[in-house]
Design a protein around this ligand. Sequence first.
Ligand code: 13P
Length: 255
Amino acid sequence: MDRRMLVAGNWKMYTTSGEGAALVEDLAPRVSDDWDEVEVAVCPPFTGLKAVSTVIELDHLKLKLGAQDVHWESEGAFTGAIAPRMLTELRCDYVIVGHSERREYFGETNETVNRKVKAVFAAGMVPIMCCGESLATRDALETESFVRKQIMEGAAGLDTAEAAELVIAYEPIWAIGTGRTPTPEAANDVCRTIRATVGAMYGPPAAMAVRVLYGGSVKAENARMFFSEPDIDGGLVGGAALKADSFADIVKAAL
Ligand code: 13P
């Protein structure tokens, strides 16, 4: 089965809405020949979604828009939180859920990740559900079992169509922002385990369809190696997504 490659930029807490709009204006001409073949998405902070969404609409860009987090309730007394329908109103296609930074600094668990995954689907968007092990877990040779549990709990209770549409980003915590990466083969091994786990939960067609991205110090120089692996369907890019030229080079590596 042909899975469409996806390259998504996670801008984390780096861009104002003005900077985000400028980044998209800079990026669009560099990748506009490519996004029929590769899906390209950017995930600004909440405050930047409207400005980026407006650029996408006015310039008729095929760029996809994602948020970095969401609450699972559709409304309520949850000061500071953002509901799924607030993101669909801004024409978000994707929502990153369960990034390791959210798990570490904001107390997210597999259970809250699962609620968010379901809420994102219920609102008509697609979750980019993150998983990945710490260095201690890797050193203890427990990566595969740790990641398998994250998938089994985080992606529980979906229907098979949702499971097939899900995007899972494998991001080893020790590779995020460090310049260190697993070998492409080692990353692919974990991505294959992720796919097999989805297969065990939802059947072979879902396993064949689910897109598994690699994230963690993806750069223009190493992207092609990761994207050539059979179970890696693209990348979730942090630092290198903040510059139009380096992000565009990563998109080209996925062609
Ligand atoms: P870096 O690409 O900066 O390592 O960040 C990866 C990441 O966390 C993307 O979600």
